[in-house]
Design a protein around this ligand. Sequence first.
Ligand code: HSE
Length: 425
Amino acid sequence: MKLKMIKKINIGIAGFGTVGQGFFNQINKFHKDVNVLQIAVKNLTKKRKINFKKIKLTSKANELAENPEIHVVVECIGGSKDPAYALVKNALNNKKHVITANKALLAIHGNELIKVAEANNVTINYEAAIAGGVPIVKAVRENLRHNNIVKIYGILNGTCNYILTKMEQEGKNFASALKDAQKLGYAELDPAFDIKGVDAAHKITLLSSLAFNVPIKFSSTYIEGIDKIELDDFSFAKEFGYKIKLLGIAEKKGSFYEQRVHPCLVKEDSEIAKVENELNAVVVIDEMVGKSVFIGPGAGAKPTGAAITADLIDLMRNNISLPLGGSIMETVKLKNLNILDSSFAYYLKIIVKDEVGVMRKITNILARNKISIDQQKQVHSSKKGYASIVIITHNIKEKIAIKAIKEINNMKRINNKVKFIRIEG
Ligand code: HSE
């Protein structure tokens, strides 16, 4: 069979930071059949080491969408607003395929942009937007989504995984681990997006739509970051056989589905617990294959550049997919399950005055709320006269756990608010 290959393709790249440069370098090195016609940069006068030869630089990203010689626009600007939004929309309206690494843009405006793409018979490829170099979009979009996926979850933010690994293994403090991740080019322009869980939430929102054929609904995703995790949480978790990971989780439960991002205690012998540093992992559970696990670098110039390159080569081979696998007009509506109605086992850390009756008061509150204790431990706190109590509970509805935690927080002899981390799996 003869494939309809495009021999030479003209592209424009918008945004020339870590991702844009990673892609450009790979194209230059291995893919002479790709002709970079124009690059949009923020600052035209900035000194750069790269020799752009005949490539036209512009500071107006939208010129790429208007340039009739450009077949494909590669958007590496980032952010859900202009110039990225206007560029992508105009390029699609001008019947150009778009490749983007921009999870924020798609999580916020994906439904609209995909409708524009479908109406213009072009597509949006976004492998680089989720889990960097891990080909999870293609695997779900073109394969696993046909098997009735019931759950998709994983480590979706390289910066957070890097920080958690360094805190756990080297006892590094949060701020210095974050600085290292920034130096390595893993963090978003605004690293609050990483550590507060927003970046992972953008990604799990997109994976949820790919997996469950639902419209993209970022506002339904529950989000909690890693900024409240303390060094002693790692050692307590370890004593009970757990590690701490930031997970993005999308799960179908009957006619409901949930999308959430939060730190989790995961069993230390699970696949996900062994994924360290900037590596990402995605686990897909479906009715036919069962469990599939994908692990690889989730951030950085080369892996992200490689994902964009793979998307481009698909277009050159005329292997063109709908952005969500099926048409955006045929998505189904599932009801969103509020996290308060989900059930979890919990890790509770409570710092209390080391006095008679304190423990009894806590266990009374738990018992009154029908929260059963699975394991517990008490050690001296670093604060003199105080004790740290760690309790692992059995499964309980979140709204009941929150009510009990509020009651404990109202006790007189509590030092800090109760710290809780959900246990996954
Ligand atoms: N800031 C992101 C991360 C980059 O750390 O995973 C890749 O999306």
